[in-house]
Write a protein that binds this ligand. Structure first.
Ligand SMILES: NC(=O)C1=CN([C@@H]2O[C@H](COP(=O)(O)OP(=O)(O)OC[C@H]3O[C@@H](n4cnc5c(N)ncnc54)[C@H](OP(=O)(O)O)[C@@H]3O)[C@@H](O)[C@H]2O)C=CC1
Ligand SMILES: CC[C@](O)(C(C)=O)C(=O)O
Length: 337
C-alpha cells in the first residue's frame, strides 16, 4: 500500500458539487481558500464579522459568511483557526455538522488532544501542509507546491481519504507529495519539528552564533550576514540537492569544519534535550501548558514575543534588509498579511 500520493492519485471529483467552508483567513486559511477556489472548488469562508480578515477575504473575491452560516452551507468544513481556539470555534460549527458531512483540520492538535470531539457520523480528516501558509499560496501561484500530510480520524462515508486527497490536490500539495499518516504522528512530529528544529532550533542556533560573535567584538552587521542571511542561502542548497549539494558548493575548508566542529555544537546532549521535549509532547504536557497559557491571557507568549522583537539581530537585520530591494515584501506587513 502506497502512503505517498501525487496528482494522479487524487481526484478532484470528490469535491465536485460540494461546498467547502474554510474557517479562518490567516496564514493557512487564506492559502486553502484561494488555492481551492483557483482549483475550481466552490469555497465559502467562515469568519468573525467586523474583523479585518472579512474585508481581505471579500477583496480577494471570496464569499464570506459568519462561522455558523458557513458551516451550515458547507458539505466539507475545514477549521483553520489557531489550535488553541478550536474548542470555542467548534461549538459554533458542531450544530451544523449533519451526518455525512466532513470536518477537516490543518493540524491534528485539537482532535488528538481532545479539544474537539466530533460526532461519529461525520468524516474527520486532516490536510497538514509542511509549509507556512504564505508559501503554500505563493508556490501554488507559481505552478509549484508544498508537501503535506493527510490522515483520517473517522471514515463515516467510506470516502474520507479520497476527500482529503482531493482537498490536498486542490491545495496544490499533491504536486510535491502527500504522505498518509495518523493524527497522533502528525501532531507529535509537527510540534517536535517546530520546537526543536524549524522554529525553536534554528532561531536559537542563529541567535547563539550572532551573540557569540558580537560578544567577541565583531560588528553586528558582520554577525547578521554570517549567521542569518547566509543561513537561507545554505538551506536553499540543501533544499535543492541535499546536504551533499550544499557541501559541493561551500569550500573544502567549510566542509572540513562542518564535519569536525559541527558535532561539537550539536552533540548528544542536544539530542537528549530533544528527546525530553518529544516526551513532553507525547505525554500531553506541552498541550496542557499551551492551553492553560491561553486561558490566562498568554502572559509568557506576549512577553517573549516583545523581547524577541527587540533582539539586536532583529534591529540590525531590518537595516540591512532595507538595502536589498529584491527581497520579497515580508509576510505580516501591509498588503501581505
Ligand atoms: N501557520 C502555518 O503555516 C501552519 C498552520 N497550521 C495549522 O493551521 C491552523 C491555522 O493556523 P494559522 O493559519 O497559523 O492561524 P492564523 O493565526 O494565521 O489565523 C487564524 C485565523 O483564525 C481566526 N480565529 C482565531 N481565533 C478565532 C476565534 N476565537 N473565532 C473565530 N475565528 C478565530 C482568525 O480570525 P480573525 O481573522 O478574525 O483574527 C484568523 O483568521 C492551525 O490549526 C495550525 O496549526 C498547519 C500548518 C502550518
Ligand atoms: C514550522 C511551523 C509549522 O509547523 C509549519 C509551518 O509547518 C506551523 O505550525 O506553523
Amino acid at each position: 500500500m502506497t502512503r505517498l500520493y501525487y496528482d494522479s492519485d487524487a481526484d478532484l471529483r470528490y469535491l465536485e458539487g460540494k461546498t467547502c467552508a474554510v474557517i479562518g483567513f490567516g496564514s493557512q486559511g487564506h492559502a486553502h481558500a484561494l488555492n481551492l477556489r483557483d482549483s475550481g472548488v466552490d469555497v465559502v469562508v467562515g469568519l468573525r464579522p467586523g474583523r479585518p480578515s472579512w474585508e481581505r477575504a471579500e477583496k480577494a473575491g471570496l464569499r464570506v459568511m459568519d462561522i455558523p452560516a458557513a458551516a451550515e452551507a458547507a458539505d466539507v468544513v475545514m477549521i483553520l483557526v489557531n489550535d488553541e481556539r478550536h474548542a470555542e470555534v467548534w461549538k459554533q460549527i458542531a450544530p451544523h455538522m449533519k451526518a455525512g458531512k466532513a470536518l477537516g483540520v490543518g493540524h491534528g492538535f485539537s482532535v488528538h488532544f481532545g479539544q474537539i470531539q466530533p460526532p461519529g457520523d461525520i468524516d474527520v480528516f486532516m490536510v497538514a501542509p509542511k509549509a507556512p501558509g504564505h508559501l503554500v499560496r505563493r508556490l501554488y501561484t507559481e505552478g509549484k507546491g508544498t508537501p503535506a500530510l493527510v490522515a483520517v480520524a473517522q471514515d463515516a462515508t467510506g470516502k474520507a481519504l479520497q476527500i482529503a486527497l482531493a482537498w490536498a490536490k486542490a491545495l496544490g500539495t499533491t504536486r510535491a507529495g502527500v504522505f498518509e499518516t495518523t493524527f497522533k504522528d502528525e501532531t507529535e512530529s509537527d510540534l517536535f519539528g517546530e520546537q526543536t528544529v524549524l522554529c525553536g532550533g534554528i532561531t536559537g542556533l542563529i541567535k547563539a552564533g550572532f551573540e557569540v560573535l558580537v560578544e567577541a567584538g565583531y560588528p553586528p552587521e558582520l554577525a547578521y550576514f554570517e549567521c542569518l542571511h547566509e543561513m537561507k542561502l545554505i538551506v536553499d542548497l540543501m533544499y535543492e540537492g541535499g546536504m551533499a549539494s550544499m557541501r559541493y558548493s561551500v569550500s573544502d575548508t567549510a566542509e572540513y569544519g562542518d564535519y569536525t566542529r559541527g558535532p561539537r555544537v550539536i552533540d548528544e546532549s542536544v539530542k537528549e534535550r530533544m528527546r525530553e521535549i518529544l516526551r513532553e509532547i507525547q505525554s500531553g504536557q506541552f498541550a496542557r501548558e499551551w492551553i492553560l497559557e491561553n486561558q490566562v491571557g498568554r502572559p509568557v507568549f506576549t512577553a517573549r514575543r516583545r523581547q524577541e522583537a527587540e533582539h539586536p539581530i532583529e534591529v540590525v537585520g531590518k537595516k540591512l534588509r532595507a538595502m536589498m530591494p529584491w527581497l520579497p515584501k515580508p509576510v505580516g506587513t501591509a498588503g501581505n498579511e
